[in-house]
Design a protein around this ligand. Structure first.
Ligand code: ZN
Length: 270
């Protein structure tokens, strides 16, 4: 049983996305039965081609909320999932806004594309969905999209947590307590707090409040003001006593036995 996480970039926020100074393709989780794409923002397909990852075989798509750096390539991923829309296949897991639209946000994934999935889940915090050999549990966020969610992914090799976009809220402590790999969307460094997002110090507080700390924290969705991710990773690590690495295009993490992870970077690009 293999469980791998592959990153298609490390960027997020408007400026990093517009300039593509960091990739915004989201990340994928691959097991024997599941090929799940999470938050495919602009360039997801291009980054996959660069990394020689085939989109064919994708059978699940998760989109955390209705902002373009998380959803723009979602419909193309569905087209890959459904053999170019020729057959119904795969599952879509997302929130109310992305699939139904809310206020000024139109549904980001067309009803036509949604209709080609075998199953479609609209999750609210604490809802769960069983897909193939994993279970997804939605977590709460506080962000521009009021229905935005994060996700706790339960695999046969332990849990992976993904905050989605959120500012610090106490529920994150319990929602991600005990995950093996904690993927946190950290837009800014140190104490540079902005509304709707996490900064490094938020993540330090969060992890230090957990009963069981993660084996690894991955900094994801970094904005242009995160100028030295390695230095920032060291800063967070020193303050939480657990390993921290910045996401990178091509970063691959494999969950081995409890206490052991392997990680390597396929290509030295941002
Ligand atoms: Zn957002």
């Amino acid at each position: 049983m293999r469980v791998e996480i592959i990153f298609l970039g490390s960027g997020g926020g408007r400026w990093a996305t517009i300039t593509q100074t960091r990739g915004t393709g989201g990340f994928r989780i691959h097991t024997e039965k599941t090929k799940l794409h999470i938050d495919p923002g602009p360039g997801a397909l291009v980054r996959m081609k660069d990394l020689k990852i085939t989109p064919w075989g994708t059978n699940a798509l998760f989109i955390s909320h209705c902002h373009p750096d998380h959803y723009t390539d979602g419909e193309v991923i569905i087209e890959a999932m459904t053999k170019g829309m020729t057959q119904k296949n795969g599952v879509i897991i997302s929130n109310f806004t992305v699939l139904e639209g809310f206020g000024d946000f139109e549904n980001a994934i067309s009803k036509y594309h949604q209709s080609k999935a075998l199953k479609r889940y609209i999750l609210y915090p604490k809802d769960s969905a069983k897909i193939y050999d994993m279970e997804l549990v939605a977590t709460k966020t506080k962000h521009g999209d009021p229905y935005g969610i994060g996700i706790r992914i339960k695999t046969k090799k332990g849990d992976i947590g993904y905050t989605g976009d959120t500012e610090y809220i106490d529920s994150l402590i319990e929602d991600f307590d005990g995950v093996r790999v904690f993927i946190a969307n950290i837009v800014r460094k140190k104490n540079e707090r902005i509304r709707g997002h996490l900064c490094s110090n938020d993540v330090i507080d969060l992890v230090n409040s957990m009963n069981k700390k993660p084996e690894l924290v991955v900094m994801n969705h970094m904005g242009v003001k995160m100028t030295n991710p390695e230095k920032e990773a060291n800063y967070i690590a020193e303050n939480i006593g657990t390993n921290v690495i910045p996401a990178k295009l091509g970063l691959k993490i494999e969950l081995l036995e409890e206490g052991y992870l392997s990680y390597m970077i396929g290509q030295e690009k941002k």
